[in-house]
Write a protein that binds this ligand. Structure first.
Ligand code: 3AT
Ligand code: MG
Length: 335
């Protein structure tokens, strides 16, 4: 590992950007898909407001953070002040309201870690999960979207990494690997660390947006159009960044001592967070700090078996990027 840490990137790396960009383009959802999502949201709003006129629906997750690939499900959050009703009761009632002629397979999942209503809209073929009052997810969705608007390489890199993770079976939290949200944070962190930096640290700048949600102060600079082209001094190509991303997670990241932190634009020590030992099911074998719920490690789902799988996948990908004559084929080979 020490030897590889000093390894230089292959000389022909920039030439590989063309096929990577072609993959990125092929994953972008077409405009009509976005329109259909809006249509479905409109229908849901109409049904919900009949019963709860004060309620609001928000899109969050990949359909709203700009990291959604074509044919993704949509994530919706119902914001409602029903003080005397617990979440599973609201979920049951919501499922009842949505049992209309125009929607199919409406299911209330009240016992899940995050209770949701699941449904399918036959008119558009779109599936949708609705959760209750998960407003921190709405705010972290905005943070990710604002980052995406600073430099187009973030969206390109995140699409490629998500596509790789899905192809290789390492995007499944119930099997101990990482969520899409975690991978996007890893990409943002990586681009904050490049020299010159490709992304700034929005939470480290004077806040132009500030809300308090569930007792968490969420404040950051959100007027990203005023940054000009922040990353212009860094000319690294997308292929170089894909190589660098895998190389970082294969050979450079200090798994034993470091936590990656988009909030600070840097890494912080595990000891400072008291993430050095296993507490309950949280093992902290790869540490990714949530930007707002800072006691929350998105790597906590990773266990002894899956950390090995993940690190072997990062090494496999780094080696393909370094040596394979045609990395775009091998990288995304189904596992
Ligand atoms: P897919 O395209 O659906 O794979 P996604 O961006 O929708 O990607 P997820 O399905 O992993 O990502 O999560 C949906 C949103 O929920 C993303 C983020 O706003 C929020 N979220 C997910 N996991 C967490 C978490 N552990 N802590 C806080 N927010 C989370
Ligand atoms: Mg999603």
């Amino acid at each position: 590992r020490t030897f590889k840490r000093q390894m230089m990137c292959r000389r022909d790396i920039d030439g590989l950007s063309v096929p990577f960009l072609a993959i990125y383009e092929s994953l972008i959802p077409p405009e009509e898909e976005k329109l259909k999502q809006k249509q479905l949201l409109g229908l849901l709003e109409k049904l919900v407001c009949k019963e709860w006129p004060m309620a609001r629906l928000y899109l969050y997750g990949s359909c709203a953070n700009s990291f959604g690939v074509s044919k993704s499900d949509i994530d919706v959050c119902l914001a409602i002040q029903e003080v005397d009703m617990d979440k599973s009761k609201i979920i049951m009632k919501l499922a009842g309201i949505l049992q209309s002629d125009s929607l199919q397979n409406v299911q209330a999942l009240t016992r899940a870690r995050v209770p949701i209503v699941k449904l399918m809209d036959p008119a558009t073929g779109i599936s949708c999960d609705i959760c209750i009052n998960n407003l921190l997810a709405v705010v972290n969705t905005k943070l990710l979207r604002d980052y995406a608007n600073i430099d187009s390489r973030l969206r390109q890199l995140a699409f490629i990494i998500k596509h790789w993770a899905k192809s290789r079976g390492v995007n499944e939290t119930y099997h101990g690997t990482l969520s899409s949200y975690a991978y996007v944070l890893m990409c943002i962190h990586f681009l904050q660390q490049r020299r010159p930096a490709i992304l700034p640290c929005l939470q480290g700048m004077d806040a132009t947006y500030s809300v308090t949600v569930d007792n968490v102060d969420c404040a950051f600079f959100d007027q990203v159009e005023k940054l000009g082209h922040f990353g212009r001094h860094n000319k690294e190509s997308i292929a170089h960044l894909v190589w660098g991303f895998f190389f970082y997670w294969a050979y450079c990241h200090d798994y034993a001592n470091s936590v990656i932190s988009v909030r600070t634009g840097s890494t912080i020590s595990k000891r400072d967070k008291d993430w050095t030992r296993r507490v309950g099911n949280d093992r902290h074998l790869i540490c990714i700090e949530d930007p707002f719920e800072i006691s929350h490690d998105l790597g906590r789902v990773v266990d002894k078996r899956s950390i090995k799988v993940l690190r072997e996948e990062f090494e496999r990908a780094a080696d393909i990027m370094q040596y394979d004559p045609n990395p775009c084929v091998k990288l995304f080979e189904p596992y």
